[in-house]
Design a protein around this ligand. Structure first.
Ligand code: ASP
Ligand code: MG
Length: 405
């Protein structure tokens, strides 16, 4: 008998028929003697339509009231789910974020989980009940309802699993696991049996959309094993766990890409202390997140500086940087939206040489120019022209033989 947390995403509980299907799946685990805590998302499209509704009233709805509204999406689903289970003859209990309580910071729309109380959940489980927790929502110190940001139900599930010291956190979704790259871009992509938290974190922040980033951070911090799998098959999915020795034998585990960044180059920046600070400080105060930064060694006291920002922030960035450029005497600011970031990820890189060279060679063979490079212990990213993204992904997938086990 195990304590299991199962999370079902919006497409898995999109209508009453699917809710019934999930209820039967959960009932089966319960019948096998497991204690089951289910975390549910709102039904697919529900959160979006609630946001649109509020925006029909005003373009920037009051954040506190918006969270009260958005939390109803998940409330609806845990209620429907428990009504279904009870109609099937099972004992079940729905719990909203504040009832659990999932305690969060007070940042509406993007609150972080501080603590999950376990007493109420454990009491309900002891009564033999299946417990359904509303994902994506919590309560702040003042008793206000908060939400965790889009995709936040994953984080609820992992946080609940961590607090309960659950044996496993299963994330049920509409894909059947984590792949070596996006199968829509390359059909040769292979489902991974296992991936480490670190790799998953890199893949997620580089554009793979299977798990919400904060849920992986949480799982890594509390060492919660995650099983990402499909709701609609019995097949094993992908285990996301601590790194093991044999993971290091694999040089590269996946190829990730993102078309969501833009590049900004500032020409002839005076090379003296404080200049980088003056350039980047105003971006910080505007909440613009800078990703890669490259600065060349200077010649005759001047240098070029290039960095990337999220595409939707390019316009604001150009405005800010043009101002600063004038003040510090830089000659020109160039913005470029037609870029993509392609990355290879793998814990094996830590202990093997030549991975970067192979990546550059592969791109060169395809005639793809590399505009920027950045590396971490387990990742190499290259910025290239956007139109070559798919070509680069496929070539790298082939070069590192990711279709082979
Ligand atoms: N319902 C929320 C969203 O659509 C949370 C989630 O589904 O994870 O973002
Ligand atoms: Mg999701």
């Amino acid at each position: 008998m195990a304590l299991i947390v199962q999370k079902y995403g919006g497409s898995s509980v999109a209508d009453l028929q699917k809710i019934r299907y999930v209820a039967e799946k959960v009932a089966k685990a319960h019948d096998q003697g497991h204690k089951v805590v289910v975390v549910l998302s709102a039904r697919k499209g529900r959160t979006d339509s609630l946001i649109s509704l509020a925006k029909e009233i005003t373009p920037i709805p009051d954040p506190r009231e918006l969270d009260v509204l958005l939390a109803t999406g998940e409330q609806e689903n845990v209620a429907l789910f428990c009504i279904t289970l009870k109609a099937m003859g099972y004992d079940a209990c729905s719990l909203l974020g504040f009832q659990v309580a999932v305690q969060t910071s007070d940042l509406y729309g993007k609150a972080s989980i501080l603590k999950v109380d376990t007493q109420r959940i454990l009491d309900e489980l002891d009564k033999g009940r299946i417990v359904a927790v509303a994902g994506f929502q919590g309560v702040d110190e003042q008793g206000n309802i908060t939400t965790l940001g889009r995709g936040g139900s994953d984080t609820t599930a992992v946080a609940v699993a961590a607090a309960l010291n659950a044996h496993l956190c299963e994330i049920y979704t509409d894909v059947d696991g984590v792949y070596t790259t996006d199968p829509n871009v390359y059909p040769k992509a292979r489902k991974l049996k296992r991936i480490s938290y670190e790799e998953m974190l890199e893949m997620a922040s580089l554009g793979a959309k299977v798990l919400e980033i904060r849920s992986v951070e949480f799982a890594m911090k509390y060492n919660v094993p995650i099983h990402v799998r499909s709701t609609f098959t019995e097949e094993e999915g992908t285990m996301v766990t601590q790194e093991t020795k044999d993971m290091e034998k694999v040089l590269v585990s996946g190829v990730a890409f993102s078309k969501n960044e833009a590049r900004v180059t500032v020409k002839r920046v005076p090379d003296r202390p404080g200049i980088a600070f003056r350039l980047f400080r105003p971006l910080l105060t505007q909440g613009i997140v800078v990703d890669m930064i490259v600065q060349n060694t200077s010649e005759d006291g001047f240098t070029d500086l290039t960095f990337t920002v999220p595409k939707p922030d390019l316009l604001r960035t150009m405005n800010v940087i043009n101002e600063v450029a004038k003040e510090i005497g830089a000659t020109k600011v160039i913005g470029d939206e037609n870029i993509a970031k392609v990355s290879i990820v793998g814990v094996g890189m830590k202990t093997h040489a030549g991975v970067a060279a192979k990546m550059f060679e592969t791109l060169a063979k395809e005639g793809i120019n590399i505009m920027m490079i950045s590396t971490s212990e387990i990742k190499i990213s290259c910025v290239i022209e956007e139109k070559y993204t798919e070509l680069a992904v496929r070539a790298l997938h082939d070069a590192f033989e990711l279709d082979k086990v």
